[in-house]
Design a protein around this ligand. Structure first.
Ligand code: FES
Length: 204
């Protein structure tokens, strides 16, 4: 088993949250992606062992959901929505601009490992279309001009933490609604930045 002690401890804490070990599969894949930026064969093997299920079962889930990446991504994963609400609000121009700036086709990563680009289906921000994400942090009401500035900012400033509110303020347009996330600490990698471990402790 090649995960270090810290990661195994985190994995153990996650598994304890569930009555059945196998139910922790999604969060453990998220943990693996936070570690490497993708789901490595090594992580497949470790998770299989921790949960007592086969590697094929782990792999089948990790390949079903597109947010689990099968290969390393760049430092910044740019995901632009191409679904209907965004498309009728000119997401095609946003996509063209991202591709012009990065030189990437869909699902490609540049040689420097800085950018990955993907055109994705609805990301749940239709009211603020066109919408896009950087490392799964959402910015709404983006346009071709602002997305170019956003990409330039990423390249020149190389922020270690991507925070949706910051991008929204500097590069976004009209926002659909307040997401009401109280402790939006942003994303430090190409894994979504929500606090998986704390969700069970939220008081109702
Ligand atoms: S259609 Fe683009 S966010 Fe829903």
């Amino acid at each position: 088993m090649s995960w270090d002690k810290t990661l195994l401890k985190q994995a153990g804490e996650i598994i304890e949250l569930y009555p059945q070990k196998r139910s922790a599969l999604g969060p453990l894949l998220h943990l693996a992606q936070s570690k490497d930026g993708y789901i490595s064969d090594d992580s497949i093997s470790v998770i299989s062992e921790l949960l007592g299920i086969t590697e094929v079962q782990v792999k089948s889930v990790s390949t079903f959901y597109s947010m689990y990446k099968q290969e390393p991504t760049g430092k910044y994963l740019i995901s632009v929505c191409k679904s209907i609400s965004c498309e009728i609000n000119n997401s095609t121009e946003v996509i063209d601009k991202v591709q012009e700036f990065t030189g990437l086709n869909n699902n490609e990563t540049d040689e420097d490992g800085l950018f990955s680009f993907e055109a994705v289906e609805c990301i749940g921000a239709c009211g603020g279309a066109p919408a896009m994400q950087v490392n799964y942090e959402t910015v709404e009401g983006i346009n071709a001009e602002n997305v170019f500035s956003l990409c330039s900012w990423l390249k020149e400033s190389a922020p270690e933490v991507i925070v949706a509110d910051e991008m929204q303020e500097n590069f976004g347009g009209i926002k659909s609604f307040d997401w009401a996330i109280q402790d939006n600490t942003g994303a430090t990698s190409t894994a979504p930045g929500f606090q998986t471990l704390k969700t069970s402790k939220v008081k109702k």
